[in-house]
Each structure stands twice: as structure tokens, then as C-alpha cells.
Design a protein around this ligand. Structure first.
Ligand SMILES: *Cc1c(COP(=O)(O)O)cnc(C)c1O
Length: 343
């Protein structure tokens, strides 16, 4: 695949901002190059623009070399940057499955790029052929999300591979919930697909939505493009430090994931006993999509009790459905008690 051919021409010819910290990155005794204040260490200093230390840690943990890792201010940042790099506003388009995460559409709208939505089947499966037949000469990106939000299910690897292999643009596979679906990540095979970008995040299983840290894994050529167009200091010092700290005892994350997966099974069992529950969709994520009689009414009832779930009733193929995040054991219990009192 030729990345240069896919890039917008202004991005191809862009001369990126060269920061003081990227021109000199060695050890020195005196830094008088960046107009920083010498006081208030360490926050007076600009952060590492390429987050070398943090990437080394992520590289070890994920078994992916640093030059295949891009880090952003949440996954939102690489999503937006992919539009900026590859999609000519007003001309190019992208394809996305439907229903899926709403941020792809918002990023497309901001960048004035059309989204061609390809519906999943009634049971939320991916139809690779249908998706590929929607590609035209201006289609630059295809967005997949597995496990998918808000449906919760993962797609067959075979179907996703068919798309990677037969699309000449870039496929973005969002694996935000992959820690809850062990063994299903395609990250171990990233080297095989030069047009694949896999998104993961610290916001879900890692318990760090507040520090805003998202990861994009891709061929070094794609990572280089994202680095060229990002804000020079896109990740602040606090975020980089906190993430390193958490990774130093990531046993905690594994315990959380195990507990949340156990709670997920309990929640499914309890919910299936309610007469108003019509269907609980299979889930590989830390949430479950539940079709119920008068979903919106139940949503409002729970809200009055101070319990907030996500009403997805208006979303394509999610009629009468609520998306319920798996919380702590105490929170989950409160939800079940509230639903019992509704009977
Ligand atoms: C929650 C979520 C994310 C995470 O976004 P961040 O910007 O990293 O917090 C990404 N993709 C999907 C599908 C999600 O549901």
C-alpha cells in the first residue's frame, strides 16, 4: 500500500512545527531554548512530544514496537487526525457500520466528510461483502468497532480480515473494549496489514478515562503521519506520569477485568428474570444492550431513582433498548433492586 497516494496533498507537503523539545532531546544542564519558567519543577517543562518513555512501557505490555504506536488525547484524537490526514473535506467519504460509536460521525461532520453507513444484520453481524461493495473511488477510511458499541458483540475475525485485505484505503478497527474479550484482539497480527489502524484506550478496562489517553497501533508510515500533524505537545506531563504509574502495577487492571466480567454474567442472569426484558444481546464488553418493553419509560424511572443508563431506543436496530454499563457489585445491586421495585 502506498500511503503517499492516500494522503491529502496539503498533508503530504506539510512542513510540521518543529518544537524546541523535538530539535534537542538529549540530556543537558541548562535549558534556555523553550522560553520556559525555570521555577515550579517539573511542571514548568514542556512534556516529551513523542512520549518515548510511556511508549516503551506500552510496547512491552502490548508486544508492539514503539514505532507502531501513536498516543493521543483519548481515542478521539487519532480518530480526528485520520480524517484530517486522509479525507479531503467536501470530496472524500468514509464507510462505517451502523449502529456503532457516535464519534466517527461527529469527527466526519467536523471535517466535512460524508459517512456512508452500512447496516449490520438484525443480529448485529458484519457483512463484509456489503461493506466492500459500498466503497467508491473517494472512500478513504472504513470504521469497524469490535466489540461494537452499543451492541456489545465482537465480529468474526474472518469477516474483518476480508475487509483489510480487499480495501485499498485504511481500515480503522476500534478495540476500546478488547480487554473484556480476551483472545479476540487483532493487535498480534498488526504487522500483516499495512492499511490497518487498531484503536485501544485507557478509558475503559484501565480505569483512566479522566487522564485522556488513547492508543493507535499501525504501520510506522501511518504513525509517522499522525505524529506529523498532531499538536506538538498533545499529551501533558500528568497524563504521561499517571499512565506509567498504572502500568507499573497492572495486576490491578487484570483484577478489575475479572471482577467486571463476573459481574457481567451475574447481571445478565438477573436481568433475564424480569418479565419486561425481551432480549439480552450477547456481549464481549463491560456493558450489555437490553431490549425491553417500554425502554424509555424504564430509563426515566431509573433516572428518577438516580441511576443513569444509556437510552439507545432511537438508534438504528436498537429500538426499545438500553445500554447498561457493568458497575461495581454495589451499583449493580442497586440497579437490580430498583428494577424489582418496578414490578
Ligand atoms: C469509550 C470508547 C472509546 C474511548 O474513547 P476515549 O477518547 O479513548 O476515551 C473509543 N471507542 C469506542 C467505541 C468507545 O466506546
Amino acid at each position: 500500500m502506498n500511503i503517499d497516494k492516500l494522503l491529502r496533498s496539503n498533508i503530504k507537503s506539510l512542513k510540521p512545527y518543529s518544537s524546541a523539545r523535538s530539535e534537542f532531546s538529549g540530556a543537558a544542564a541548562v535549558f534556555l531554548d523553550a522560553n520556559e519558567n525555570p521555577f515550579n519543577e517539573p511542571y514548568n517543562r514542556y512534556p516529551d512530544p513523542l512520549q518515548i518513555k510511556l511508549k516503551e512501557k506500552i510496547s512491552l505490555l502490548k508486544n508492539v514496537p514503539s514505532n507502531r504506536i501513536f498516543l493521543g488525547n483519548g481515542s478521539d484524537e487519532p480518530i480526528d487526525l485520520l480524517f484530517r490526514a486522509f479525507c479531503e473535506p467536501g470530496t472524500d467519504n468514509v464507510i462505517s457500520i451502523d449502529p456503532t460509536y457516535g464519534m466517527y460521525q461527529v469527527a466526519a461532520d467536523i471535517n466535512h466528510v460524508k459517512v456512508k453507513k452500512v447496516s449490520l444484520s438484525e443480529d448485529y453481524q458484519l457483512d463484509a461483502q456489503k461493506l466492500l461493495s459500498s466503497v467508491d473511488e473517494n472512500t478513504k477510511l472504513i470504521f469497524l468497532c469490535s466489540p461494537n458499541n452499543p451492541t456489545g458483540n465482537s465480529f468474526e475475525q474472518e469477516d474483518m480480515l476480508e475487509i483489510f485485505q480487499n480495501f485499498e484505503g485504511i481500515v480503522v478497527l476500534d478495540e476500546a473494549y478488547i480487554d473484556f474479550a480476551p483472545g479476540k484482539s487483532l493487535l498480534p497480527r498488526i504487522n500483516e496489514f499495512p492499511n490497518l489502524v487498531i484503536l485501544q484506550t485507557f478509558s475503559k478496562a484501565w480505569g483512566m478515562a479522566g487522564i485522556r489517553l488513547g492508543m493507535a497501533f499501525a504501520a510506522p508510515e501511518i504513525v509517522a503521519v499522525l505524529n506529523k500533524i498532531k499538536y506538538p505537545y498533545n499529551l501533558n506531563i500528568l497524563t504521561q506520569q499517571k499512565a506509567i504509574e498504572l502500568m507499573e502495577n497492572h495486576n490491578r487492571v487484570e483484577e478489575w477485568v475479572k471482577l467486571l466480567c463476573d459481574e457481567r454474567e451475574k447481571m445478565i442472569e438477573k436481568l433475564s428474570g424480569f418479565p419486561f426484558v425481551q432480549k439480552i444481546f450477547p456481549t464481549d464488553a463491560n456493558f450489555v444492550l437490553v431490549k425491553m418493553h417500554d425502554a424509555h419509560g424504564i430509563y426515566k424511572y431509573l433516572k428518577e431513582r438516580g441511576i443513569i443508563v444509556r437510552d439507545r431506543s432511537k438508534i438504528h436496530l436498537c429500538e426499545e433498548s438500553l445500554r447498561i454499563t457493568i458497575g461495581s457489585p454495589a451499583e449493580n445491586k442497586q440497579l437490580i433492586i430498583a428494577l424489582k421495585e418496578l414490578l
